[in-house]
Ligand binder design. Structure first.
Ligand code: BGC
Length: 382
């Protein structure tokens, strides 16, 4: 029998869901049920580790960071070659560049996924920095080499076109990718005491501001005037701009106007992936911004929307409403890849972040409630 969790149980249940799907090595599978998501993305995983830190689960977050360190350690040669080619202005094949996602054992997956996405490397450095701050610990020496290498990689490729956070449009420079890169460079500069990295972060911020000048709001990329909800990360969490920045305010207004579907937030207006539904990750990102901006009621609405979509098994899907919004694209994707992710770790993660942000849940309270990650796995087997 599965008992439906009440709102107060949803954070500990989300933490249990994440912990139950952390591999022995420390990786987080993107989704345990969707055909294409049996891997660990640096993007999803690093936000997920951050959520665990916000919930007081520092050991599990540390395990993830160790996994990233050893995973990236094993592609050190690939990263060094990429940096060297770019600095020598040699041609490089994006397929030879460090990947966005890995198998759970840390190996590189040899397939034709659009892998050249630098945002995850920035998000990882940011998440690691946040981990050290929240767990009140310092960078251990075995991490140093990898942190330096990732920082060099980001500094080198910071302004290069690459696939975006939605794994699309590999020939463009994307605003939210720049936000993640900025966050990573600032984090690395602080971890390594390296002022050149912070100067490079300033270059990235300057590039973001150029995007903010067109139409008075931040555009999706240098090739698209659309608004993309991932631009929310420019303010929270990566702090490229303040939440009161005029262009950012106009971006939020455009997201509210163009991207809200039934109370949740879509990625961008022309999105057709599984019908282009509303994503908990983005609805909670908007809520996170509202919470930081003191708009508590608006943030609560985002939280309630998200919580109303947790199913009876405690699962939180990737997106909602696409099948009604655009039936034919929804069906097309189902035919290609099967049903969309019914449980997505990153969705749980952002729900936790928003909940903790809003309720000021203390770590000990959350920890008591999640005493056994095994409970969740057991419930799922019944
Ligand atoms: C999303 C990515 C995400 C991946 C795994 C893709 O559909 O666009 O942002 O990292 O799924 O969850």
């Amino acid at each position: 029998m599965v008992r439906r969790a009440g709102a107060a149980d949803l954070v500990p249940a989300g933490v249990r869901a994440i912990l139950a799907h952390q591999s022995d090595e420390g990786a987080f599978v993107a989704s345990p049920d969707f055909s294409q998501y049996g891997y660990c993305w640096l993007r999803d995983g690093s936000f997920t580790a951050y959520a665990l830190d916000r919930a007081g689960e520092h050991d599990a977050a540390a395990k993830y960071h160790d996994w990233v360190e050893s995973t990236l350690g094993s592609i050190a040669g690939m990263m060094d070659r990429a940096i060297e080619s770019k600095r020598a202005e040699k041609d490089f094949d994006p397929r030879d560049l460090p990947p966005a996602r890995f198998a759970l054992d840390g190996s590189v997956v040899a397939d034709d996924w659009p892998n050249f996405q630098i945002d995850g490397y920035g998000t990882w450095l940011w998440s690691l920095h946040e981990h050290l701050r929240l767990a009140e610990t310092t960078l251990s020496s075995h991490m140093l080499d990898t942190v330096q290498r990732v920082a060099r990689y980001l500094a080198t490729f910071a302004l290069e076109p690459c696939f975006d956070v939605w794994e699309m449009n590999g020939t463009d420079v994307h605003t939210s990718t720049l936000a993640c890169v900025y966050g990573g460079l600032v984090a690395a500069s602080s971890l390594l005491g390296d002022l050149e990295l912070s100067a490079r972060a300033d270059d990235v911020a300057d590039r973001v501001r150029i995007s903010g000048q067109a139409n008075g709001r931040f555009e999706k990329s240098d090739a698209s005037h659309e608004v993309d909800a991932s631009a929310l990360w420019l303010s929270v969490p990566f702090e490229v701009v303040g939440s009161d920045d005029e262009a950012f305010q106009a971006t939020v207004a455009a997201i509210e106007k163009d991207l809200v579907l039934d109370g949740g937030v879509r990625r961008f207006a022309s999105d057709t992936y599984f019908g282009g539904g509303a994503w908990p990750v983005l609805t909670c990102s908007l809520g996170w911004y509202y919470a930081r901006a003191g708009r508590r009621d608006d943030a609560m609405r985002c939280l309630q929307w998200t919580q109303s979509h947790v199913d009876a098994n405690g699962c939180l899907a990737e997106q909602f409403g696409g099948e009604l919004r655009d039936r034919s694209h929804y069906e097309q994707w189902v035919t290609t890849w099967g049903r969309p992710a019914a449980d997505l770790l990153w969705s749980h993660a952002m729900h936790i972040v928003l909940s903790v942000e809003l309720d000021g849940l203390t770590s000990p309270g959350v920890n008591r409630a999640v005493a056994s990650a095994g409970d969740y796995a057991l419930e799922h087997r019944q």
